[in-house]
Design a protein around this ligand. Structure first.
Ligand code: NDP
Length: 276
């Protein structure tokens, strides 16, 4: 499994698993648990969830899926911005840990920026780290100017920025990705197949078919072509997890990259970071 280094030197798999919308429909529960377990077996051991997803139901489902497997998993969750301050972060984290059936998160993220000052979020995150409830912290949906403010506010310990990045969302290539790379901070690319919408794109399907790949494999292989990208597709079935895992075996030659650049052009100017 291809690995990505975090700023503290820890290696995590370049291909993980997202869980938004999981745990919301009981009829999908056993398929979703089987999908997450298959992913772990295949080495996609980084699992991303959030207190927001299904109002805690996603974390509860992840807890069930990783029961007995906790030490194999790199567990990521996220706090609502309104909880990311001195008064509430500890309780939010405790509730996430309880739902997940664990005593620590490997990574805890600020889900998006709200009204709590960044300096206060950093202080609250570092208090959780000192208490052993989280191993490290990071952010999500922060654009370059927010990241600059974060570092100025004392946030040098930030491990990652989880952002919307895929073939149809290349804006971060202009300035956010270079800014993060210069600080050895990888990104976590969320919605790497644009919540499924990308998979029906005609150019993607044509380029993929010519290489005996599925559109999902090509889109994921492209997202992970850079060294410092962790892709976290959500797949609700074992078949989709296996399909996604095979993206790591797909080599992208110069001709394929050029065809994808022609169909999905890189940004020419600064583009504000989009979020879903
Ligand atoms: P994705 O781009 O991962 O797309 C998920 C959709 O694609 C699902 O409908 C899934 O279907 C389908 N899919 C996945 N693999 C395949 C495949 N091989 N073939 C066909 N269809 C496939 O969207 P998400 O928005 O879920 O993003 C991934 C994760 O990123 C989230 O689950 C969440 O953990 C995180 N995220 C974080 C955000 C943030 O603000 N920080 C915002 C959005 C997402 P099926 O379920 O049937 O397999």
């Amino acid at each position: 499994m291809k690995q990505v280094s975090l700023p503290d030197g820890t290696s995590v798999p370049a291909l993980g698993q997202g869980t938004w919308m999981m745990g919301e429909d009981r009829s999908n529960r056993s398929a979703e648990i089987a999908a997450l377990r298959e992913g772990i077996t295949l080495g996609m051991t980084l699992i991303d969830t959030a207190e927001m997803y299904g109002d805690g139901e996603s974390e509860a489902l992840v807890g069930e899926a990783i029961a007995g497997l906790r030490d194999q998993v790199f567990l990521v969750s996220k706090a609502y911005p309104q909880n990311a301050g001195r008064a509430r972060l500890r309780a939010a984290c405790e509730a996430s840990l309880k739902r997940l059936g664990t005593d620590r998160l490997d990574l805890y993220l600020l889900h998006w920026r709200g009204s709590v000052p960044l300096a206060e979020t950093i202080e609250a995150m570092e208090a959780l780290r000192d208490a052993g409830m989280i191993v490290r912290w990071g952010v999500s949906n922060l654009d370059t100017d927010d990241m600059e403010e974060l570092v100025e506010a004392g946030g040098q310990g930030c491990a990652t920025d989880q952002i919307l990045y895929n073939l149809t969302r290349r804006g971060p290539e202009h300035d956010l990705l270079p800014w993060l790379a210069a600080r050895h901070m990888p990104i976590m690319a969320y919605s790497p197949v644009e919540q499924g919408r990308l998979l029906g794109h005609r150019a993607l399907a044509t380029i993929a078919a010519a290489r005996d790949a599925t559109p999902a494999q090509l889109a994921l292989a492209w997202t992970m072509r850079r060294d410092a990208v962790i892709a976290i597709p959500k797949a609700g079935s074992v078949a989709h997890v296996r399909d996604n895992r095979a993206a790591l075996d797909l080599e992208l030659d110069a001709e394929t990259l050029a065809a994808l650049d022609a169909a999905f052009p890189p940004p020419r100017a600064r583009t504000p970071l989009a979020m879903l």
